[in-house]
Design a protein around this ligand. Structure first.
Ligand SMILES: Cc1cc2nc3c(=O)[nH]c(=O)nc-3n(C[C@H](O)[C@H](O)[C@H](O)COP(=O)(O)OP(=O)(O)OC[C@H]3O[C@@H](n4cnc5c(N)ncnc54)[C@H](O)[C@@H]3O)c2cc1C
Ligand code: FES
Length: 267
């Protein structure tokens, strides 16, 4: 799905707390419906780059849910306030406007495209990385692709989005501090799931902190399980112009995560 040229202003239609995170919705009157894994560059129309203060540039956010509604497309985002840009987005109120550029980047593949024998999917999310998996899970469900969901959080303050984005599906939960689900890493749950003989009948899709993605990649590579990872790097433009998001490729060279990703195939 390609973004319309330039940025456009979209109205905030909802904004609410979701555990330790926030969810807000925009009405996009012009844009195409995004695919799971795609992201948008966002900046608020007011109180952004004021008095020479950060944030200067827009920030990248995965679309967590979307729907066709009267007047356009609803876009939902899950946000964790960790700095000036995300804090400002957490303060949004209905009626305010946000500059939007997107949908940008690529999307996740169907399990069968990753591996011929993969009939189903295992979705693994950590922290704010659960956002793009919500839309992915719904798309798989619409296409009758069986998907199991495993989500992990550091602690209660750094968790959220479950009731808003995953309320209608069964989720395996883990938390580092034991406040919910398995007391430990979400990759412990994945490891158990991949121990079965049918491990290779599923493809794994993961988004979360770099250490979690490393652990997922190593578990999957060790068992020959096809996998895709949605990665992050700091992005200044979001459409391939600045090279700020370049990450090294195994074997040499670089990819620009905003155009060659954010979803990359394992290995
Ligand atoms: C494709 C993509 C999708 C994303 N989706 C979401 C989402 O759905 N919800 C969400 O809350 N956040 C998401 N992020 C992360 C979000 O873009 C950053 O948290 C945000 O840019 C931080 O801006 P800030 O002004 O609040 O903080 P800053 O002061 O700019 O950054 C705070 C700290 O985070 C580090 N940082 C900033 N951006 C990144 C990054 N992209 N990767 C790694 N470290 C970073 C900085 O170095 C600094 O240490 C996504 C990032 C990318 C690239
Ligand atoms: S963010 Fe500018 S090239 Fe990727």
């Amino acid at each position: 799905m390609t973004a319309p040229f330039g940025r456009r202003a979209c109205e905030v239609t909802d904004s609410r707390a979701s555990g330790g995170y926030r969810v807000f919705s925009l009405l996009d009157a012009e844009g195409p419906e995004p695919l799971p894994g795609q992201f948008y560059m966002l900046a608020t129309q007011d109180h952004w780059e004021e008095r020479g203060q950060r944030p200067f540039l827009p920030r990248a956010f995965s679309v967590a849910e979307t729907d066709a509604v009267e007047g356009g497309i609803r876009l939902d985002f899950l946000i964790e306030g960790i700095g000036p840009g995300t804090d400002r987005l957490c303060e949004l109120e209905p009626g305010e406007r946000v500059w939007v550029n997107g949908p940008l980047g690529n999307s996740f593949s169907e399990p069968k495209k990753l591996s011929e024998g993969a009939a189903g999917a295992i979705l693994v999310g950590g922290g704010i990385g659960i956002a793009p998996l919500a839309l992915l899970r719904r798309r798989f469900s619409e296409r009758n692709v069986p998907a199991r969901v495993l989500l992990g959080f550091r602690d209660e303050a750094h968790s959220g989005g479950l009731d808003d984005l995953f309320r209608c599906c069964e989720v395996g939960l883990a938390s580092d501090d034991g406040h919910i689900g398995h007391h430990g890493y979400v990759t412990d749950l994945l490891s158990t799931m991949l121990e079965g003989d049918d491990a290779q009948s599923a493809a794994v899709y993961a988004c979360g902190p770099p250490q979690m993605l490393d652990a997922v990649a190593s578990l999957c590579s060790g068992r020959n399980v096809a996998h895709e990872l949605a990665m992050e790097s700091p992005m200044a433009c979001g459409f391939g112009a600045c090279f700020g998001c370049a990450v090294p490729k195994p074997g040499g060279g670089y990819i620009r995560l905003c155009v060659d990703g954010p979803v990359v195939r394992g290995g």
